[in-house]
Design a protein around this ligand. Structure first.
Ligand SMILES: [Zn+2]
Length: 66
């Protein structure tokens, strides 16, 4: 009885670990796709924005064409 319980616990642990690995890899790809990693200088105030399409200093939008 003890050996079978240990076996079931081992299988469940492996299954959870595998599921966490898959979920983490999928979420990582989505996060990287959603994040805007390109740095740009705000045309309104000149603030150097490191992430996102909106200036965190003055709220200005990123302009693709100067
Ligand atoms: Zn700005």
């Amino acid at each position: 009885m003890g050996a079978s319980l240990y076996l079931i616990f081992l299988i469940i642990t492996m299954f959870i670990g595998f599921a966490v690995l898959i979920a983490r890899s999928n979420r990582g790809e989505d996060t990287y796709n959603d994040l805007e990693t390109e740095e740009w200088d705000c045309p309104e105030c000149g603030f150097h924005v490191q992430a996102g399409d909106t200036c965190i200093y003055c709220g200005g939008d990123k302009q693709t064409s100067p």
